[in-house]
Design a binder for this molecule. Structure first.
Ligand SMILES: [Zn+2]
Length: 393
């Protein structure tokens, strides 16, 4: 398996990064080759594989074969443990300035295994303004062997001053056929399930994989899709909002719990304990401060993951109303939620295209509210009330 197999449905990007990596190998300083440069910005919608593109590129730069996928360098980059490749992701809602300064300091260290020192910044859209400024200085004057790879949903998500110093690589939303094929080949998912998951995930590869392989994820997805056909009284609307939040919290826990446990036992082991004890009372005296700090970071990561999970649920809800609109307007496109035809017909026949458009706005507003850090339950309650008022008019 080559490094580029990490990318699904992105042949243009693969060609460009492969060319850059080859140029980097023939001209290690990279000063003379136009194909290679010191700062990259990988953009693409969530789930299109931004981090995978950055990791594949790092593999191609580290690997003597240009990304064979098999050698020590390739495998350690993939495991996120290569000494010359740092993959950084904010633990909380944003990157702090101090954190970024420390990164810039580490980036200036010469590579240990020769070649390049690659700094991958996932979610560069979460850099605060002052963190952005710290990073800008580093990108303006990069040490000769440092490569920065920033990942963000779009070029608008990073400051223009940073964007103008990066070469932009744009990933597109992979089509359902490419995602289906990848699920069948790599994850050995049954073809019918793969087709369903690819369609429901709308080009988000990680989401498609979770839906295809985790029944819990499929059940939690149903929680939000119940909203359009639920009964009309206000009490059940609020109950539905609470259920959606609970499902998103469960979804987030399924992602963060294993990592939380691992970090905790690693920390306790470093302080000389077996790593079995859960309660803080069983923690060695000297470790208490460090454990508290870890727990704060984990709480902040969990908050962020719940919000991401809720956003995905709202995208699922948008897809439902988008399907309703497709039915109401007779557009000749496929349905995302084909397996829910009965419910779609029910909603489509009881509302107008105008009210469906307004409902789409209501869902979009809820996404914006979450993005602006409105308390999740409040945003969800406003959502269900907004959708319901449309029902009555
Ligand atoms: Zn290799």
């Amino acid at each position: 398996m080559s490094a580029w197999d990490l990318l699904i449905g992105q042949s243009g990007v693969v060609a460009e990064l492969d060319r850059a990596a080859s140029a980097a190998h023939t001209d290690p300083g990279g000063r003379h080759s136009g194909a290679m440069t010191h700062a990259w910005l990988v953009t693409g919608p969530p789930g299109s594989g931004r981090s995978n593109a950055a990791i594949a590129f790092a593999m191609a730069l580290m690997c003597p074969e240009g990304g064979c996928g098999e050698c020590v360098d390739c495998r350690s980059v993939a495991r996120r443990s290569h000494v010359d490749v740092e993959i950084i992701r904010p633990e909380g809602l944003s990157y702090r300035t101090g954190e970024t300064r420390e990164l810039v300091r580490r980036a200036s260290i010469a590579p240990a295994r020769g070649g390049w020192h690659v700094m991958i910044i996932e979610d560069a859209d979460r850099l605060t303004e002052s963190a952005n400024n710290v990073l800008l200085k580093a990108i303006e004057e990069p040490p000769p062997h440092t490569v920065w790879v920033l990942c963000a949903p779009s070029t608008e998500d990073v400051l223009p001053t940073i964007r103008s110093r990066c070469r932009v690589v744009r990933l597109r939303t992979p089509d359902a056929a490419a995602v289906t094929a990848a699920l069948i080949e790599r994850d050995e998912v049954d073809p019918a399930m793969a087709a369903f998951a690819a369609r429901a995930a709308q080009g988000h590869i990680g989401r498609a994989r979770a839906l295809a392989t985790d029944e819990g994820a499929r059940i939690r997805r149903q929680e939000i899709l119940r909203i359009p056909t639920q009964s009309e009284d206000l009490a059940s609307c609020f109950a539905a909002a609470a259920n959606v939040l609970e499902a998103a919290t469960e979804d987030a826990k399924s992602q963060t719990d294993p990592q939380d446990e691992k970090e905790r036992s690693n920390l306790l082991r470093a302080y000389g304990e077996g790593g079995e004890g859960k309660g803080i009372s069983r923690t060695p005296r000297g470790a208490k401060g460090a454990v508290k700090e870890l727990e704060d970071r984990q709480t902040s990561r969990r908050t962020r993951t719940v919000r991401d999970s809720l956003d995905r649920a709202l995208i699922d809800l948008l897809s439902f109303y988008r399907d309703v609109l497709v039915m109401q307007t007779g557009a000749e496109v496929g349905l995302v939620n084909d397996e829910m035809r009965t419910q779609l017909v029910q909603v489509a026949s009881r509302s107008t295209p105008e009210s469906t458009r307004r409902r789409i706005d209501v869902v979009s507003d809820a996404r914006l509210a979450l993005h602006a850090n409105v308390a999740p339950l409040l945003a969800l309650e406003a959502l269900v009330v907004g959708l319901r008022s449309e029902q009555r008019s």
